[in-house]
Ligand binder design. Structure first.
Ligand code: PEP
Ligand code: MG
Length: 586
């Protein structure tokens, strides 16, 4: 019998619930480390033939991607890849690489890197915007070619074959947007936090994920398999038979829990004493809207429009956006849908708009700040959202508001967009409700003032926690300090809910804690009755919500607001949860 490989256990952060076991797919994020060494003259022909093979492999991969994009997004989007194919078919590329190897005697990777970098630099300095954009195409091709030469896949969409577990140092939202999710059994990364957007997207699509597994990629070798436990936040490299047996039992238990939750899926969404709770879904695609509805949501509390931009890797026109939003509205089937205007920036970077690198992207040129400085883009989006409001119940919401002036300016843009549509004779909902995210500490402090300008608030705790506690939400060095249980966060939430009540402004919470059942009684005790969470999490929230009364939630809140440490709060919420859902534990 072959000897089992050594089992290695690594602890990280639970990203998305679920257990998965499979072969490793090494995904390369960022730049490839290009090997550099000298080759003899006699080795040069074989180096060049390696290059030819890599070109062919790259060409096949791009052709596959082109087909997939054409099928999923349309022929126009697929056309982007024609430029890539042309570069690979150009004989000048081969000639330049051949010249380079002869002159320098370097290995082929180094030569390919140098030549494609030279092309890239040339395009990048051109005045013509269209040609300048070709620079990013070249970067993509170069990365893919080098990836094939060094034996790792340079981009998610290139990954074809058996479903596997994606392992990477890091994963950006645009990487995640481009992944073929039917081929990904799970995700495990060295870095990242629970609220990084790549993780939120994994959770939304039901793919188990564990992040913050420091050193994972270094420990993997060729042919390894990996088991990830997205409930507990751990990964096991080369799990042995005993571990697999144990996890098989865990899988069966989880299945039983799912059946229990399903049994109650059609019951009303109320607390034990009959108080109504509103569960809405967060979504970033029509499929997720449908999944939300299947899981019992009563509307979409947050539709992240930037994910559409990231998937297309470009800024879509008003008409394209109108089509996309129409699909979402029709997927919502008459339920209310809250469309948030563009929140690019932070970890959501659109390569194609070529923005300057920022020192502090989360505190930088992001979301509403970007839109207010790019009126044409903002107005295109606002008109597209307004146009779909004629066909369904649509609300509009502005992200990252930090002051009244910003909110008023955003509303002025909305007013302009309405006027433009009226001039064009296009219908829209004149009374469309307007809201803003409360996710900056300044917005919390002045939420009474903001309340005078909007119909509703949506509390974005993912950002609020990072800004309030000064802890970058995607930096895993300090992930232990990213504490939604922190008393400062609880006090801020209490303040927002109290002011919303006084000002008669609807309030929903759409950060990730809305989907964490442990927080449910505390938030209800603090006065919240509307939650927007990843659709797949709603059944458990509903199940738990029926197992305590509002009075018990208030008692819990009274105890918790006296606590001084996050750890105490966390333990108290866990004990309450464990006590009420013990039938799920056994
Ligand atoms: C939030 O910050 O809580 C939020 C919902 O927005 P995002 O995660 O997209 O920043
Ligand atoms: Mg946010």
């Amino acid at each position: 019998m072959p000897k089992e490989k050594k089992e290695i256990i690594l602890y990280g952060i639970p990203g998305s619930p679920g257990i998965s076991h499979g072969a490793v797919f090494r995904f390369l994020h960022g730049d490839i480390e290009v090997p550099h060494y000298q080759v003899s003259e006699s080795e040069q022909p074989s180096e060049l033939s390696r290059f030819q093979d890599a070109v062919e492999m790259t060409r096949d991969q791009i052709a596959e991607i082109r087909n997939a994009v054409s099928k999923n997004l349309g022929e126009k989007e697929a056309g982007i890849f024609d430029a890539h194919l042309l570069v690979l078919e150009d004989k000048a590329l081969f000639d330049d690489v051949e010249k380079d190897i002869k002159q320098t005697g370097d290995n082929i990777e180094k030569c390919v890197y140098r030549v494609t970098q030279r092309y890239h630099d040339y395009f990048n300095q051109l005045e013509d915007e269209y040609l300048r954009e070709r620079a990013s195409d070249l970067k993509d091709i170069s990365k893919r070619l080098l990836g094939n030469l060094v034996g790792v896949t340079a981009s998610g969409t290139a990954f074809l074959g058996e479903p596997r577990i994606l392992v990477s140092e890091d994963l950006s939202p645009s990487d995640t947007a481009s992944l073929d999710r039917s081929k990904i059994l799970g995700i495990a990364t060295d870095s990242g936090g629970r609220t990084s957007h790549a993780v939120i997207m994994a959770r939304a699509s039901g793919v188990p994920a564990v992040v913050g597994l420091r050193g994972l990629t270094e420990k993997l070798s060729e042919g390894d398999s990996i088991l990830i436990d997205g409930f507990e936040g751990l990964a096991i490299i080369n799990p042995g038979q005993t571990t697999l047996f144990r996890y098989g039992k865990v899988g069966l238990r989880r299945k039983r829990i799912k059946d229990l939750l399903n049994e109650e899926a059609s019951l009303p969404t109320v607390t034990k004493d009959g108080t109504k709770i509103n569960f809405l879904a967060n979504a970033d695609s029509p499929e997720e809207v449908i999944s939300g509805i299947e899981n019992g949501c009563e509307g979409v509390g947050l539709f992240r429009t930037e994910s559409i931009f990231l998937r297309k890797n470009q800024i879509p026109s008003e008409d394209q956006q109108f089509e996309d939003y129409s699909e979402i509205v029709s997927a919502a089937g008459g339920q209310v849908i809250t469309i948030r205007t563009l929140d690019l920036g932070g970890d959501k970077i659109l390569d194609s708009i070529g923005r300057e690198k920022e020192e502090n992207p989360f505190m930088g040129f992001r979301a509403i700040r970007y839109c207010l400085r790019n009126p044409a883009i903002f107005l295109d989006q606002l008109r597209a959202i307004l146009r779909v409001s004629a066909f369904g119940k649509v609300k509009i919401m502005f992200p990252m508001i930090s002051g009244v002036g910003e909110l008023v300016r955003a509303k002025e843009f909305l007013f302009t967009a309405k006027r433009q549509l009226t001039d064009r004779g296009i219908e829209f909902d004149e009374e469309i409700e307007v809201g803003c995210m409360i996710e900056t500490p300044s917005a919390v402090t002045i939420c009474d003032m903001l309340a005078d300008e909007v119909d509703f608030f949506s509390v974005g705790t993912n950002d609020l926690v990072q800004y309030l506690l000064a802890v970058d939400r995607v930096n895993n060095q300090i992930a232990y300090l990213y504490e939604p249980h922190h008393p400062a966060v609880i006090r801020a939430l209490l303040h927002i809910f109290q002011v919303s009540k006084q000002k008669n402004v609807e309030v929903t919470l759409c950060g990730e804690i809305a989907g964490d059942p442990h927080f449910l009684p505390l938030l209800i005790g603090l006065g919240l009755d509307s939650f927007s969470a990843t659709g797949t999490l709603i059944p458990e929230l509903k199940f738990f919500g029926r197992r305590f009364t509002t009075e018990e939630a208030q008692e819990l809140k009274d105890r918790i607001t006296k606590m001084r440490r996050s750890s105490e709060v966390k333990a108290c919420l866990k004990a309450f949860y464990d006590d009420r859902v013990s039938e799920l534990m056994n």
